[in-house]
Design a protein around this ligand. Structure first.
Ligand code: BTN
Length: 244
């Protein structure tokens, strides 16, 4: 995989830019689009991703996992979240993956991931892994519930380009591990780093708040919860929320 970084000052969304490159066949695996600022940074579920200009990592890493079955695409989500936690562990920050793929330092969100896949037949064609990692921002103004930056945690300043390259190395390792090996490794690391795995905690569904604990994650990324009466339920993204 050849590394090819594209640095932009401003774009609507690095994911959209990466998508246009793919559509015009101008991108191959290893292309990474970075921008200082996004005018329409995309979060999950149509939310806006807040990031002050020049302060944080806003990057879209392009993969072409034509070897991965579409039904296994949640494995890519695991690869990306685990790679970010690998990187932050090197900075001595202990992070957890809040299902499905938010990266947390204690009870605060330090990074968000938006993966956009295209599929051909039964297999994946291209995957755009959009990553927003808060580095140097110290004030957050949007209504995102609990953002935090690396600088707020350590007091240090970070160089976006250096972090982007280090993350690329971590992504390559986890991606190749999945490509050439067996998914058991990524599955077990993901579970080991899962926020509140096995712990009784509060969750909300519509207006109901209940106590439950995570017992597993299904093949399609469904959250499996055990309730106080022993019943197990499965939930897709946004059907339940963590009470934090
Ligand atoms: C989330 O809501 O947690 C996902 C946030 C993903 C944000 C990143 S920033 C780089 C890339 N480009 C986008 O428009 N979104 C992702």
């Amino acid at each position: 995989m050849k590394k090819n970084f594209i640095f932009l000052t401003e774009t609507e969304s690095t994911n959209n830019y990466a998508n246009r490159l793919l559509l015009s066949k101008a991108a191959e695996e290893g292309t990474v689009v970075l921008s200082q600022f996004q005018t329409k940074g995309k979060g999950q579920q149509g939310n806006y991703w807040e990031s002050e200009s020049g302060k944080n990592l806003l990057a879209s890493y392009i993969f072409q996992p034509s070897w991965l079955k579409a039904t296994d695409q949640f494995l890519l989500s695991k690869v990306v979240s685990v790679a970010i936690t690998d990187l932050l562990a090197e900075e001595n920050i202990d992070t957890r993956i809040k299902w499905p793929n938010d990266i947390y330092v204690e009870n605060k969100k330090i990074a968000g991931i938006l993966i956009e896949n295209s599929i051909t037949g039964m297999f994946l064609h291209a995957s755009i892994a959009g990553i927003g990692l808060n580095l140097n921002q110290s004030v957050f103004v949007s209504d995102a519930p609990n953002p935090v930056s690396l600088k707020q945690v350590t007091g240090n300043d970070y160089q976006i380009e250096t972090i982007a390259e280090q993350l690329w190395e971590k992504l390559k390792i986890r991606y190749n591990e999945l490509k050439t090996g067996n998914p058991a490794v990524i599955n077990s690391v993901y579970m080991n780093r899962l926020f509140r795995y096995g712990q009784w905690a509060l969750y909300a569904r519509q207006s109901e708040v209940f106590e439950a604990r995570i017992t597993g994650i299904g093949q399609f990324g469904q959250l499996q919860l055990e309730h106080s009466d022993g019943k197990i339920t499965e939930h897709f993204f946004k059907e339940v929320e963590f009470v934090i």
